[in-house]
Write a protein that binds this ligand. Structure first.
Ligand code: SF4
Length: 736
């Protein structure tokens, strides 16, 4: 009988420091009095002063501290990574790394890494585990998955993954297995934006030409803190050049501090944009030639916005009519070098789809499409240009999807899904019982609203397997944890960006008994008898096949970090062919008309909080990525914990000062959190940075630190986009 361990016994810090990886730990640096590791920069200095390394080398790779995929140059001395720098050849970061990217070393050398496969040895969630070999862990996983498929059909098994370079191969695995049930993070994030633009322009996410833009409106897009590296830099350059930037946000974010801040009432952004459209049409400020040639449905829009006057909008969004008029006129005057930004996670209300449609249409009215300083078609080198791995046709997926797409949500594209409904239907057992869940690099326990429901769903299943680098809150409730190598230790699939192909490659050999997800998927497929659907022997074989269409060797790509595709002509001839039913920008949406819904952007009144209740807002900080980095001790030095932002007037009424504890309570949960008292938020809102309040005891630095918004959020879904309407949760606040 194998020995059973608690998490602490498996991965105690003392054991880590004294153990086999002590060399690596020394490379990371000495612990400070706070038990925190010394930052990389000072380490680099002290170490190089002591012993100049003979074998210092530099390796280019791609960051994975968030999904932005910045280029990294890693400095390695004596087998230890000493410093990460931005790769100046990479368009996603132009030579710079954000705080999270710089702190990648800490996560890699963290004592909390999962160092070998684990199989649960006590009740689910009890934290009792036994060590397993890869063969045993993969065989056990495959056996359980086969059992579920044989007894209940492939549809009883759910697969979840988040955006990453090896995701296409995870998708091969789930398609080969034959389940229709695929969950991603998208419905918790950008479904409103992607569906809004898809059904207007025929593309989910057009680009933005910041460098020539003269007038920018952001709606809750907080680029200074929700960092998208090159875009954040471009936004800062715009500000430095004196470009007019307007930010609609109920909170005074760091981006708002660089702009004209409009503290809009939550959920009413579409009133603001509909009134802008009203002004632009009434005063004939739109680009008539563009509208006539490239759009359809303008006349219907004229009728729809007739009553959406700035005075009407002022009552809804609490931005004065004169401000709306001024911004509409100035925005149109700057056309076509003016952008109402598509934004990102705008899925905060059930009317967010309408907000995105209004934004999409506003851009079309001023004819900024494919113009300097406007919205631009996506001209990235498609992954389709990479060599294709040939495999047999996938079997047809069995059964309807558990997340309600398309039978409940007919307008949600299959690729996006509605993960919160998938979770709810595991619990309800309708339209059928789910039995198993394979989750790769995703943490549904902390990302989906109503955390306890997600834990209950995990507890209900017959089998749960998680692939991750650390013991996420979801991994803690798994039956098997398959430990992935850290991004600085592994390959992933190649990534084309603009006209270059980039490679993520191991900077050092894996420190522990871990594997790349590419090999985990492949070996699991082999054990399931589905290996032919992932047709590669190893990572090098896969990458070589992907690289086949290009005259460059893998060795050269590894040395240079990227390959520039020559003669890649930018084909602008198709820029004005929109992939919509009409082939035009659809001011009046064909698909909305087919669904018997209002086809032009319209106003849907959002709910308001009752007396003594507040809107609950969540967002990002520049020092953390969603719920992924709160165990990184370097980042905790600069952002140790989340707090609840309260307006000064609310705090005074409650008798609360900054750092006093407050109780925040919604219909579904209650948290205790420190207060941050500020004038920089509307008095009817409470804000907290998401991602804190971890429940996994395997994340020793993050466990119990701060509080999680997932404990408070209600599960409310926009029926059109499938987006989770997070800000329709209202809360009370009291002094703890
Ligand atoms: Fe890494 Fe920051 Fe770039 Fe994200 S934005 S990939 S964390 S450097």
């Amino acid at each position: 009988m194998s020995k059973v361990y608690t998490w602490d016994q498996l991965f105690s810090r003392r054991k880590f420091i004294k153990g086999a990886v002590a060399t690596a730990a020394v490379g990371v640096g000495a612990t400070t009095g706070l038990g925190l590791l010394t930052p990389a920069s000072s380490l680099g200095k002290s170490n190089s002063a002591q012993t100049p390394a003979k074998d210092a080398k530099y390796v280019t790779t791609i960051c994975e501290q968030c999904v932005w995929r910045c280029g990294v140059i890693a400095k390695v001395e004596n087998g230890v990574i000493k410093k990460l720098e931005g790769n100046p050849n990479h368009p996603n970061n132009l030579g710079k790394l954000c705080p999270r990217g710089n702190a990648g070393i800490e996560s890699m050398y963290s004592p909390d890494r999962i160092k070998f496969p684990l199989i649960r040895a006590g009740a689910r969630g009890s934290g009792l585990w036994r060590k397993a070999s890869w063969d045993e862990a993969l065989s056990y996983t495959a056996e359980q998955m086969k059992k579920i498929k044989d007894k209940y059909g492939a549809k009883a098994m759910m697969f979840n993954s988040t955006d990453n370079l090896s995701q296409p191969f995870f998708e091969n695995l789930l398609k080969a297995y034959g389940t229709p049930n695929y969950g991603t993070q998208r419905s918790l994030c950008f479904n409103a934006m992607t569906t809004g633009f898809l059904y207007t322009y025929g593309m989910p996410q057009p680009g933005t030409d910041y460098s020539h833009c003269k007038y920018m409106i952001f709606t809750g897009r907080n680029l200074a803190e929700g960092i998208s590296n090159n875009e954040t830099q471009e936004m800062i350059d715009m500000v430095a050049k004196g470009v007019k930037v307007v930010v609609l946000d109920p909170r005074f974010s760091k981006t708002a501090s660089k702009a004209e801040w409009l503290p809009v009432r939550p959920g009413t952004d579409s009133a603001f944009f509909l009134a802008m459209i009203h002004v632009i049409i009434a005063e004939k400020l739109y680009d008539e030639a563009f509208v006539t040639k490239y759009t359809q449905g303008f006349e219907d829009l004229v009728t729809e916005v007739k009553d959406y006057t700035p005075e009407w909008a002022e009552k809804q969004c609490e931005i004065t009519a004169t401000t709306i008029q001024r911004i509409a006129r100035d925005f149109a005057a700057a056309a076509p070098a003016a952008i109402a930004h598509p934004n990102w996670r705008t899925s905060n209300f059930q009317n967010s789809y309408q907000t995105e449609r209004a934004i999409a249409v506003l851009n079309a009215l001023i004819g900024n499409w494919a113009q300097p300083g406007g919205l631009i078609p996506d001209q990235e080198l498609s992954t389709a240009k990479l060599g294709v791995l040939s495999h047999p046709p996938f079997p047809p997926a069995q059964g309807i999807r558990l997340d309600g797409v398309p039978w409940k949500y007919p307008m949600v594209p299959l690729a996006y899904g509605v993960i919160q409904t998938m979770r709810d239907n595991i619990l309800s057992g309708k339209p059928y019982e789910a039995k198993g869940w394979l989750i790769s690099r995703q943490n549904p326990v902390l990302s989906i609203p109503e955390r306890q429901k997600t834990i209950n769903a995990l507890m209900k299943l017959d089998f749960v397997a998680v692939i991750d680098i650390q013991a996420s809150d979801t991994a803690y409730y798994a039956d098997v944890i398959l430990p992935e190598s850290y991004y600085l230790e592994r390959y992933d699939g190649l990534i084309p960006i603009k006209n270059k192909i980039f490679i993520r490659q191991p900077v050092i050999e894996p420190l522990y008994d871990t594997k790349s997800s590419l090999m985990i998927y492949k070996e699991l497929a082999d054990k399931l008898g589905l290996g032919e659907f992932l047709p590669y022997k190893d990572e090098v074989d896969l990458l070589s096949q992907q690289l086949k269409p290009f005259p460059v060797s893998l060795e050269d790509l590894k040395r240079d970090g990227h390959y520039e595709v020559e003669n890649l002509k930018e084909d602008h001839s198709k820029d004005f062919e929109f992939q919509t039913s009409s082939g035009k920008i659809e001011i009046s949406s064909s698909i909305m008309a087919q669904m018997n819904k209002k086809a032009v952007p319209t106003w849907n009144e959002p709910p308001r909080p009752e007396k003594d209740h507040y809107y609950l807002l969540t967002g990002k900080t520049a020092q953390h990525t969603q719920m992924f980095t709160q165990n990184n001790r370097w980042l905790l030095e600069v952002f140790p914990v989340n707090r609840a932002w309260l307006h000064t007037s609310v705090a005074t009424k409650l008798g609360v000062k900054t750092d006093d504890e407050v109780v925040v309570e919604s219909e579904v949960g209650k948290i205790t959190i420190k207060a941050y008292v500020t004038e920089g938020i509307r008095p009817d809102c409470i804000f907290m940075v998401g991602g804190f309040g971890h429940v996994s005891k395997g994340l020793k630095s993050a466990y119990g630190r701060g509080a999680s918004d997932s404990a408070l959020h209600k599960t409310i879904t926009d029926p059109i986009s499938g987006g989770s309407s997070l800000s329709e949760t209202f809360v009370t606040v009291s002094k703890a």
